[in-house]
Structure formats: C-alpha cells, structure tokens
Design a protein around this ligand. Structure first.
Ligand code: TYD
Length: 392
C-alpha cells in the first residue's frame, strides 16, 4: 500500500526551505516469510537524525515516569554484576540514562543527533555522538568492556540495517547480559488502525514473530516480552544470547494473540488499508463540515505521527489554522509537507479555538487533564484513534 509522497516527519521548516523540501514515497510492505512490516523506501538516516533533530524525549510527564520505572526495573532484575555497564542505543536527551548517571553507574548513550545528545551531556551523561552499529560496538567494548544491558526505546525500529545492530549487540553483550528494547507494536497498530505510526523514522513496525525471526539468525533469542501503553501501544522485547535463558510464557501468549488477529497474513494489511482510507475520509468530512460552519479548528502537538495524517489526508492551513507544540525548535516553523504554522503552546492557551485535533492521542489522559480550561471555555477535542470523533 502507499500513503503517497511524504516529507520527513520531524523536518519542520522555514518558508525559505519550502522549495527544496525532501519527499519520498511512504509505502509499507509486509513479508509473509519473515513477518516483517516495513516501509519499502527508507530515507537515508542522516536526513532524519542530525544536529537539528526536533524530537526531545522529555516533553511529557508520563514519559519521564515511564523511563524512571524502566530504569528501576532493569536495575533490580537485570543487573547481576557488582560493576555494571549499561549501553543505551539512541539516548536522546538522557531521559533514561539520567537515573544511572546520578547513581554513578558506568554507562554510555549512543546518539547520532548532536543537539539532543548535548542536552544529555549537560545532565552529566556520557554520550557517544554516532549511529550504533558493529563498528561502534567494537569501539565501546575497547573503552568500557562488555555490557550487562544494552537497551533502546523507540530506536531499533528506526534503524534500517538490523543485521549490524544484531552483530554489534552480539559482540558487546556479556554472556549473561540482556538486550532490551521497546517499540510501537504492530498488533496495536492493526487493532486501532493507527496508521500514523507509519513514517520515515519507523522503518519497521515490529511484532513478536518478526523480532524472533530477525534476531535468531544472529543467535539472539527472544526470551520475554512485556506490553507497554506508551506511544499508543508498544511492546518491550527481552533478548539474550541463544540458550542462556528459558523462554517465558509471555512470548507464547503474545504469539497466540498475533496469530488470532492474523498479523502473519497479507490479507490483514489489505483490510488495514481499507480502514485507513475510511478514516481519512471521515476526518476530512468532519473538518470540511466544521469549516463550512465557520468554526476555528487548530492542531494540538506537532508530533511525528501528525505528518503522516496531514499529508495522507491532504489537510493544510485551510482546514487547520495552526498546530501548537511545546518544543521550541518546532515553534514558528511550518509543518512538513502541508506547511501549517507551528505556534507556541502559550498561543493555544491564550486563544479560544472551537476545536483542537489531538495529534498526541497517545498522551490523551495527560493532555485532557492539563487542558481542562480549554474544554471549560467551550473548546472540543477531535480524536482520530481508534475512531474519528468529537469528544463531547
Ligand atoms: P509524541 O507522541 O511523543 O510524538 P511523536 O509522534 O513524535 O513520537 O509527542 C511529542 C510531541 O508532542 C512533541 O512535539 C511535544 C508535543 N506535546 C505537546 O505539545 N504538548 C503536550 O502536552 C505533550 C504531551 C506533547
């Protein structure tokens, strides 16, 4: 299936950059042999991750507590040596490693985007400013030795060459160590028709089956999984060197769920495509109706996900006046492709739009709570996951 021409999801731009904007065809595919759901054309990672990367992990309270809980969980259950060493692939602004750095635990974050890496470094976190691959793993081992834990959150699905990751992990991980990562989960995407998970950075949307197949070639076993509610439905995968851990029931349990939903069948994605088209039509019908009624509609949170929705549906500033976002690097720029102005959060707070489309639907609970005054003043939320609807 194809979502058409897409810009880079996090490439918020100035007016002067409109004419040179980069586009690629966003077309996911599914392989019935290896069970991988992935985008076919993958932009070069250097176009996406650089010194002006616009995604900062520490923008949500919920995510901060998610990462702290995760750090405590790993510390308690997966650190077995007296002098542990932790590697995080894609440490962003240090939201996870902060916990270990404060405790004086040996660590290194590997982060290709210099601007977010600098924020982490300012917090005292050790950062290697590069992409993670086999060569990086060799360099890290030379400087620090082997790792007890290699982890990554919302990162492994960003890396086109999974083989270099697997080889790097295999080389760098202690014999009894764990490779733990989490990413948006295919089953959630299919169940919620949350097609906005598909964008340039998400080269893969993993399932349990596809993770098993990808890593077993490198003698890494998936021994445990844990469902997460972050990013609209994620899965955390625990891997180890082959035959070093018993395979837990959690793996069997979710494999069965995947089978029941048919995530291993091509037909499931044909049905998914039809549902995406229906959702697109429903959202456009609603926004066009509100425009005819003279209502003011804005967007809330200029997420990466919103780039897919806006460009696939063809929603521009005729239908959406602006999008408010708390990230300074996005503000006063324009959204990728559709060129909707991005305004500060304060603009939204002082404004009284009639409707706000919630692009950060994965943070709905936190945002609805925070924005009580918007609804008290008569504002209404529009959501599009799992269905397009106005929240009354
Ligand atoms: P997220 O869903 O993590 O985005 P992505 O689709 O890129 O993974 O949401 C992060 C973005 O949402 C970030 O640009 C900041 C913005 N945001 C707000 O503007 N206000 C908020 O209250 C929250 C939670 C996020």
């Amino acid at each position: 299936m194809s979502f058409g021409n897409m810009p880079i999801a996090n490439a918020f731009l100035e007016k002067s950059q409109f004419s040179t904007e980069y586009f690629f065809e966003l077309a996911p595919g599914f392989c019935e042999t290896c069970n991988m759901f992935q985008i076919i054309e993958q932009p070069n990672p250097e176009i996406m991750f650089h010194e002006n990367y616009a995604f900062f992990s520490s923008t949500s309270k919920k995510m901060k507590s998610h990462f702290e809980t995760m750090a405590m969980h790993y510390e308690k259950n997966f650190i077995k040596s007296d002098d542990p060493f932790i590697v995080e692939i894609g440490c962003n602004d240090g939201i996870f490693l902060e916990y270990f750095s404060k405790k004086g635990v040996q660590h290194v974050g590997v982060e290709p985007s210099q601007n977010v890496a600098s924020v982490a470094q300012k917090k005292g976190i050790k950062v290697k400013n590069s992409f993670f691959n086999e060569e990086t793993a060799i360099e890290i081992k030379k400087s620090y030795g082997k790792a007890d834990i290699i982890c990554a959150s919302n990162v492994i699905c960003h890396i086109p060459d999974l083989h270099t990751i697997a080889r790097g992990v295999k080389y760098l991980l202690k014999d009894e160590g764990a490779f733990i990562f989490e990413d948006p989960y295919l089953l959630d995407m299919v169940e919620k028709t949350s097609y906005d998970q598909i964008y340039d950075e998400h080269v893969y949307i993993f399932s349990i089956q596809s993770v098993i197949n990808a890593f077993k070639q490198h003698e890494l076993d998936l021994f445990h999984v844990e469902k997460q509610d972050t990013h609209g439905g994620s899965m955390r995968y625990y891997l180890c060197h082959s035959n070093t851990q018993p395979i837990q029931d959690s793996v069997k349990h979710f494999l069965l769920k995947e089978k029941n939903k048919g995530t291993h069948l091509l037909g499931t994605y044909h049905a998914f495509k039809t549902l995406c088209e229906q959702k697109k039509n429903n959202l456009l019908i609603l926004l066009e109706k509100l425009k005819k009624e003279g209502k003011r509609v804005v967007g809330y949170a200029a997420t990466s996900k919103s780039t897919t929705v806006l460009n696939y549906c063809g929603i521009n500033s005729n239908l959406l006046e602006y999008i408010s976002d708390t990230t300074p690097i996005k503000q006063d720029k324009y959204s990728p492709g559709m060129h909707i102005p991005i305004k500060s959060y304060e603009t939204f707070q002082q404004d009284n739009p009639d409707y706000a489309v919630l692009f950060a639907w994965n943070h709905a609970t936190e945002i609805f709570e925070k924005e009580r005054s918007f609804t008290e003043k008569g504002g209404k939320w529009i959501v599009f996951v799992p269905e397009v609807e106005i929240i009354e």
